[in-house]
Design a protein around this ligand. Structure first.
Ligand code: GCO
Length: 255
């Protein structure tokens, strides 16, 4: 007997950047909780493969190919999606890129790309979706944050600046849309074994450092974000606003 509080049956969940990694794991988890999931990415072929994988698992799934940093694509694709699948009840803003370089050498164009995708793209997609949520007086927005909302490390200055912005944008959205029964929250992953972090995990020194800095003594696995995602996507979190749930093995608790 599962508690109906966590049942997402009948809800449509759009997860940006979800043909692999954390986004795909979260989408799969929301689908297993009953949601109709819509995967997103910039690469048609990778998106198609991810959609067929989830469909093969018996989930209700479709794909919506757009670049979160391109307003014209968002304005074209999301209305078409909503007329085809139904209004987006749950938006998970997961799309993000990582570029690593010392700040003094950071190319302005690369800085702009990181901010365009990780912060402005999140804003653009959310602004497109929120009008319907306001009209329906109901919505769940989950922004994928990061340890970089709270701390920095060398070479990821653009990513940290963007994710710091995501933290405060989460609060800004909260204070404007809470009155419309829209709950806006974040999930802050610690160090997870993803493609983005492959170079880090394969570096023996970095791997040892993360394992020593993390009280759990290990890297996270993408499916370990599903519990927080289902909670924040469900009725169980109807009075949770403006919070970031850190799924980090305890690293933020440790000096
Ligand atoms: C890095 C990593 C981190 C993680 C994550 C931690 O280069 O340090 O990519 O940014 O991906 O954001 O919360």
């Amino acid at each position: 007997m599962t508690n109906p509080l966590f049942d997402l049956t009948g809800r449509v969940a759009l997860v940006t950047g979800s043909y692999q990694g954390l986004g795909l794991a979260i989408a799969r988890g929301l689908g297993l909780a009953g949601a109709t999931v819509v995967l997103n990415g910039r690469n048609e072929e990778k998106l198609r493969r991810a959609v067929s994988a989830l469909a093969g698992d018996g989930l209700k799934v479709s794909g919506c190919c757009f670049d979160v940093s391109k307003a014209a694509q968002i304005q074209e694709k999301i209305p078409a999606l909503e007329s085809e699948v139904g209004p987006v009840d749950i938006l998970v803003n997961n799309a993000g890129i990582q570029r690593r370089s010392p700040l003094e050498q950071f190319e302005a164009s690369v800085w702009q790309e990181v901010l365009d995708i990780n912060l402005t793209g999140l804003f653009l997609v959310t602004q497109q979706v929120v009008h319907g949520m306001i009209a329906r007086k109901s919505g769940k927005i989950i922004n994928i944050c990061s340890l970089m909302c709270e701390m920095a490390r060398p070479t990821v200055g653009a990513y940290a600046a963007a994710k710091g912005g995501v933290k405060m944008l989460t609060r800004a959205m909260t204070v404007e849309w809470g009155k419309h029964n829209i709950q806006v929250n974040g999930i802050g992953p610690g160090y997870f074994a993803t493609e983005m972090n492959r170079p880090l995990k394969e570096d023996p020194n970095f791997d040892a450092w993360i394992r020593s800095r993390t009280p759990a003594g290990r890297w996270g696995e993408p499916p370990e974000l599903v519990g927080a995602a289902v909670f924040l996507a469900s009725r169980a979190s109807d009075f949770v606003n403006g919070q970031i749930i850190y799924v980090d093995g305890g690293i933020l608790a440790a000096l």
